[in-house]
Design a protein around this ligand. Structure first.
Ligand code: SF4
Ligand code: ZN
Length: 328
């Protein structure tokens, strides 16, 4: 799989201004110099905003993991003049969590932007590695669910009404393909790049980078000297989304524009967006949810039950030695 944009021959010219080109974008059939690439990049975000998105004067919370996508989303929203605040959820993954936090802190400092940090352990009672040790499987699905719910809650807790995330075109196209293959219509409906708030305690969600590919984001980071955390989450290897992403990447190499076509054709179709049905307060935590118990409380109960079963099993396998009846 090609990781970066193709290198330019020295005589190549920018499609927009005819200066020397710095990058080639085969899926747009274009080449750009540095200045025109930055213009192209920001225009892709404003084009999305013209279709749907927060008003220019809406203060935005930006979910920042410390990776290239979320830092770039934060950078470009800041460049476009939005009032922003970073929101970092520390998952407690040894080594990776500290490096991610540092990348967020360095970026925020370099631009003088405010940010808030929360820990999954404090909010949920378990860190991600602790959850993995207990459940042992599908950790990315569990992690995705927790991040989605806690980032919503924390955004509302900070008094913001809209949360921006770093999802890019590759994420969205591969997720769409997975949802279509699995006929998960509820998720397909929620994949639009802007979902208005369905309840006063649930923020609107916005994906400013949904029109931009990973390679383009990587190039933007390089040109803007954005320094994301290096390496990846150690749990990333088991995610099924990788298979869909690889399949689309293969098609893209043969037919540039495939990913874009898949996603944008879906987005063009009229559809009922977001959540269907009403909300009631979760009977455990009070958070608005479509069922009696919210997904976070249901998951916590499952983790607690599994942990209790495991500890009972361990006790049965290693019963304490009976007290000695030996007498001298
Ligand atoms: Fe969570 Fe999986 Fe992403 Fe790691 S790779 S942060 S476990 S979703
Ligand atoms: Zn709950």
């Amino acid at each position: 799989m090609q990781e970066n944009l193709p290198k330019m021959p020295p005589q190549a010219k920018c499609t927009r201004c005819r200066a020397r080109a710095a990058v080639s974008l085969p899926s747009h059939n274009s080449r750009f110099c540095t200045a025109c690439f930055l213009h192209f990049f920001r225009t892709a975000v404003t084009r999305g905003l013209k279709k749907a998105g927060p008003e220019k004067d809406t203060p935005l919370m930006v979910a920042v993991s410390g990776g290239k996508d979320s830092l770039t989303a934060w950078a470009v929203l800041d460049d476009l003049g939005f009032e922003t605040r970073g929101l970092h959820l520390n998952l407690g993954v040894e080594g990776y969590a500290d490096a991610s936090r540092q990348a967020v802190a360095d970026f925020a400092k370099s631009r003088g932007l405010p940010w808030a940090e929360y820990s999954l352990k404090q909010e949920f009672g378990y860190s991600l590695p602790e959850i993995y040790d207990i459940l042992h499987y599908k950790i990315c699905a569990v992690c995705g669910k927790l991040k989605r719910h806690f980032l919503n809650r924390l955004t509302a807790r900070q008094g913001y009404s809209c949360l921006a995330t770093g999802h890019n075109l590759d994420d969205e196209a591969s997720r769409l393909l997975g949802n279509l293959v699995g006929d998960r219509q509820e998720f397909v409906k929620r994949q639009y790049f802007y979902l208005p708030s369905p309840h006063p305690e649930i923020p609107a969600r916005f994906k400013p980078l949904y029109r931009l590919e990973i390679k383009e984001i990587r190039e933007y980071c390089r040109m803007q000297d954005i320094r994301p955390v290096q390496g990846g989450c150690p749990y990333a290897t088991g995610a099924t989304s990788h298979y869909y992403r690889e399949a689309l990447e293969h098609l893209e190499e043969k037919m540039p524009g495939t990913k874009r076509g898949l996603l944008f054709n879906y987005l063009r179709k009229p559809k009922e967006l977001g959540f269907s049905g009403g909300f009631t307060p979760c009977r455990i935590c009070g958070q608005p949810c479509p069922a009696e118990t919210c997904p976070v409380c249901a998951l916590k109960k499952r983790v607690q039950d599994m942990a209790a079963r495991r500890s009972a099993h361990a006790q049965n396998c290693n019963p304490e030695q009976p007290e000695s009846t030996h007498t001298d």
